[in-house]
Design a protein around this ligand. Structure first.
Ligand SMILES: NC(=O)c1ccc[n+]([C@@H]2O[C@H](COP(=O)([O-])OP(=O)(O)OC[C@H]3O[C@@H](n4cnc5c(N)ncnc54)[C@H](O)[C@@H]3O)[C@@H](O)[C@H]2O)c1
Length: 366
């Protein structure tokens, strides 16, 4: 299955968390497909940000709303009258969730409730709702094992992971209680691994920390060099979200949970990724390895995405090595003062070519 430009052209799409790393890439992609994109989030969570550099906000309607504020969410959703919804707004950091667990649950769990409540109150127009959770939503004791499948138990040993498992349960309950039957939107959840790519300046993310270290000429400090993460390029994951969302309205069988992770062999250790990055940065990345306290995140995580591959025809065209190259290229262009909207659209164009989606490839005019 390919991303269908006809489906997305002039489609009214609500993206919560549109100012964040994934939200900005998704909004840019939707803009390039000709969708009417409406965003719901406070300003960008980092400075600099992909959102600002690629001037994403200039090409969409925005609601400066907090998902914890049910009334503000309701008003934004009424104004947007979306046909498709991507709910991405979240407190997405494990370490911050250990410092601010209550806030993490408020944003990630009650925020999800507030968005679904507002959509429930909207008559008719919504076709598809995608709630973005995380690969961390599974019960995970850290033992090396084959990838998690969608039917396996939910869990989470830290507030962030557990809040994403809670968001899964909220979505499942809303699906069964309110969003089943004729005329109801399809509601699915998406669980992706750590995504990487140009323009991420989030705290406590290895690839973002590495790019920041190079751009500010500081040391990259490694938390746990042996940890294994299912890294993948952000566009790999987002292409799965787009494929799923464009079919959800027509196919009730797709209204369930989905994994979008890299193939098993792609789950590299932190040490391996940093070695590759150091080579790509040609000496500009300086690394210091130390254990900064006990690792709070599960040490091993892999996803089984065979359902998405089989039923949605999803595939991740950019492997880890290519993804790291593109990340470094993006940040080099940023450091060289390039127009980052143009650079980002060119990477989207290259992605469209890699999946054979040329017909839907974005133009640099978007
Ligand atoms: N980046 C990853 O590797 C990764 C991995 C798995 C899951 N996810 C999930 O993907 C989604 C997007 O993550 P991201 O990496 O883009 O994070 P991000 O921090 O870059 O962006 C988060 C977005 O949510 C918004 N937000 C935060 N608190 C809010 C609130 N109270 N009300 C409204 N908006 C609020 C921010 O303004 C921002 O737009 C999140 O749900 C996250 O949990 C991310």
């Amino acid at each position: 299955m390919l991303i269908d430009p006809e489906f997305w052209r002039a489609r009214r799409v609500l993206v919560t968390g549109h100012t964040g790393f994934k939200g900005a890439w998704l909004s840019l992609w939707l803009q390039s497909l000709g969708a009417h994109v409406v965003g719901l989030a406070p300003g960008a969570p980092t400075r600099p940000s992909l959102f600002a550099l690629a001037r994403v906000g200039e090409h969409m309607t925005q609601h400066d709303a907090d998902v914890r504020d049910a009334q503000a969410v309701l008003e934004a959703v009424r104004d947007a009258r979306p046909e498709v919804v991507f709910h991405m707004a979240a407190q997405p950091m494990v370490r911050r969730s250990l410092r601010e667990p209550a806030l993490t649950y408020e944003v990630n769990v009650m925020g999800t409730v507030n968005v679904l409540e507002a959509l429930r109150a909207l008559d008719g127009a919504v076709r598809a709702i995608l709630v973005v959770t995380s690969d961390k939503c599974y019960e995970n004791d850290g033992t090396p094992r084959a990838g998690f499948r969608e039917g396996e138990p939910l869990g989470g040993g830290d507030p962030y992971s557990s809040s994403k498992a809670c968001a899964e349960l909220v979505a499942a309950a809303y699906r069964r209680s309110f969003f089943e039957g004729d005329g109801q939107p399809g509601l699915a959840t998406a669980r992706a691994g750590n995504v990487i790519g140009g323009g991420d300046w989030g705290q406590d993310r290895l690839l973002a920390d590495a790019a920041r270290a190079v751009e500010t000429d500081t040391l990259l400090r490694l938390r746990d060099p042996t940890a294994v993460r299912p890294w993948q390029h952000v566009l790999n994951a987002l292409s799965g979200y787009l494929l799923l969302a464009q079919s959800l309205g027509e196919r009730p069988d797709l209204a369930r949970a989905w994994n979008f992770g890299p193939p098993a062999g792609e789950a590299g250790t932190v040490a391996w990724v940093v070695e590759r990055l150091a080579a790509l940065w040609e000496g500009a990345l300086r690394v210091e390895s130390e254990q900064l306290g006990a690792p709070a995140e599960a040490a091993y995580l892999a996803l089984d995405s065979s359902a998405a591959e089989r039923e949605l025809g999803w595939r991740a065209p950019w492997d880890l090595a290519r993804s790291l190259e593109l990340l470094v290229t993006w940040h080099r262009d940023h450091m060289a003062g390039e127009d980052m909207r143009r650079v980002s659209l060119a990477q989207l164009d290259a992605f469209a070519g890699a999946v054979g989606n040329r017909a839907g490839s974005p133009t640099t005019d978007a």
